[in-house]
Ligand binder design. Sequence first.
Ligand SMILES: Cc1cc2nc3c(=O)[nH]c(=O)nc-3n(C[C@H](O)[C@H](O)[C@H](O)COP(=O)(O)O)c2cc1C
Length: 179
Amino acid sequence: MDNPDAFNGRLAHYGSFRGVRNHIALVGPAGPGLDEACGYYGERLVLLAQAVGLNTCWVAMTFSKKASEARVAPGEKYSLCIAVGHGETSGAAHKVKPAEKLFQATGAAPAWFAAGVEAARLAPTAMNQQRFRFDLGEDGSTVRAVALPAISCGKVDLGIAKLHFELGANAVSNDWRFA
Ligand SMILES: Cc1cc2nc3c(=O)[nH]c(=O)nc-3n(C[C@H](O)[C@H](O)[C@H](O)COP(=O)(O)O)c2cc1C
């Protein structure tokens, strides 16, 4: 939506945003699954936008929900948004944790699992916290995605990481599932 006001306040500058005209508001039925779903489906939009040459940034804190024109019906919650546009740069690589810190598996992990973890490792997280872990079940084909205690946005980050895991793992094998 053409709605620059949502990014015109002091908060937006704290988040070092300038000139953001458009954002995708992630709104849905209030409930325990909302934030993870917003992360999962929102990241699909992020990857699509990036693939067609746009730039994006997830934004939970440093914008004004009040000034956003998104409509929130009774029983719904405004989880967060994604700024979309043409960035001055396309972003820079940032430090990520070693893969060993992001999974648990007994014995050698299968190639699809390693590919999933690697893709999740490169996923954006709020304040680059990376507070998630993927655990491979004893059966060798079930994956439990765990949100570890985080300062904020832990569930959104988990949804984002799960989408990345799925895309990475499925490029090698579809013979697995989330618990
Ligand atoms: C769920 C989520 C919420 C975020 N909220 C904000 C925010 O409120 N303000 C901000 O400046 N950046 C926010 N970010 C951006 C991250 O802090 C971080 O910059 C980004 O994920 C890493 O990518 P980059 O290094 O390419 O910017 C958020 C990221 C995610 C995944």
